[in-house]
Design a protein around this ligand. Structure first.
Ligand SMILES: Nc1ncnc2c1ncn2[C@@H]1O[C@H](COP(=O)(O)OP(=O)(O)OP(=O)(O)O)[C@@H](O)[C@H]1O
Length: 273
């Protein structure tokens, strides 16, 4: 079966030092509906890789295929980006109101705006009471982050590129977003590629880990195998258990499984084949 996303020998030079690679020889695949955590220390190029996959930045070598097709086989980059949607850590709100932002995707792609779904999604991320006429620029960082996520989900992408999407959220909102993405991924068959520094979140949300270190994809492993014992010394140092067996990135209270989000009646309508 054709992978949803294939990256082959991807290479990126460092923006500040073009003679040195940021990463090279990145080869991996994501299947439809898969959930992958892209882990690694700060500055490895995780966000850069997500942005390359979303065609927001160019690679310096290698190939990308989405649904078995290269970017040039798509009529326009926006058609690729609708299917492989990047959700930024620092979300950019478009000028105008919350509603303008929620309607942006349908405006761009000429598809009808599903207001009922937008309301259910805003409810699921804890923004049921936010006024849609409010200026989007005035929202708090966490409100912007959740609005940007809902805006992305309304596109019904096949691949969500999630760049630390819960980083500005309080614990309750973070749980709500995780529960929504759980439900959404199962219901829509959307694959998720998570960049997160929260190892508990990675373990809860993902079946597969891609571990980046030393400018390469050093390990691709099932998440439970990786978290039980990384295959490389670099991986073991990254996971680094303390005396109680926890790792540096783990929040103590976060080990419990979170309840699934309810999207209410009618949200099955957009399920993909
Ligand atoms: N536009 C840019 N100009 C100059 N340097 C950049 C630019 N974008 C990224 N970099 C550099 O490229 C490297 C990789 O950045 P990137 O944000 O992709 O790493 P990361 O693994 O996501 O890091 P973190 O975990 O800290 O978010 C960093 O050294 C960063 O400073």
């Amino acid at each position: 079966m054709t992978a949803l996303l294939t990256i082959e020998g991807l290479r990126k030079q460092r923006p500040d030092e073009p003679d040195r690679s940021l990463f090279s020889d990145m080869t991996a695949e994501i299947a439809a509906g898969d959930r992958v955590a892209l882990l690694g220390g700060s500055g490895q190029g995780k966000s850069t890789l997500l942005r390359i996959i979303a065609l927001l930045e160019a690679a310096d070598g290698g190939r990308l295929l989405l649904g078995g097709k290269e970017p040039r086989a798509y009529a326009e980059p926006k058609e690729w980006r609708r299917q492989a949607c990047y959700v930024a850590q620092q979300p950019v709100m478009l000028p105008g109101s919350v509603e303008d932002n929620l309607r942006a995707a349908s405006g761009l792609h000429g598809t009808p705006f599903d207001e009922a779904l937008a309301r259910r999604l805003m409810d699921a991320v804890g923004l049921a009471d936010i006024g849609w006429r409010r200026a989007a620029a005035d929202l708090s960082g966490g409100e912007k982050q959740r609005t940007a996520l809902v805006r992305a989900l309304l596109l019904k992408p096949r691949l969500l590129l999630l760049d630390e999407v819960t980083a500005s959220l309080d614990p309750g909102s973070k749980d709500a977003v995780e529960a929504l993405l759980d439900t959404w991924s199962a219901r829509e068959g959307a694959a998720c590629l998570w960049v997160t520094h929260d190892l508990d979140q990675a373990e809860r949300q993902c079946r597969t880990v891609w571990f980046m270190a030393e400018g390469r994809l050093l390990e691709v492993a099932e998440a439970d195998v990786f978290f039980r014992g990384p295959a490389t010394e670099q991986g073991r140092r990254f996971v680094r258990p303390d005396a109680e067996g926890r790792t540096a990135g783990r929040a103590e209270a976060a080990a419990d499984k979170k309840p699934a989000a309810s999207l209410g009646a009618g949200s099955e309508g957009g399920a993909r084949a």
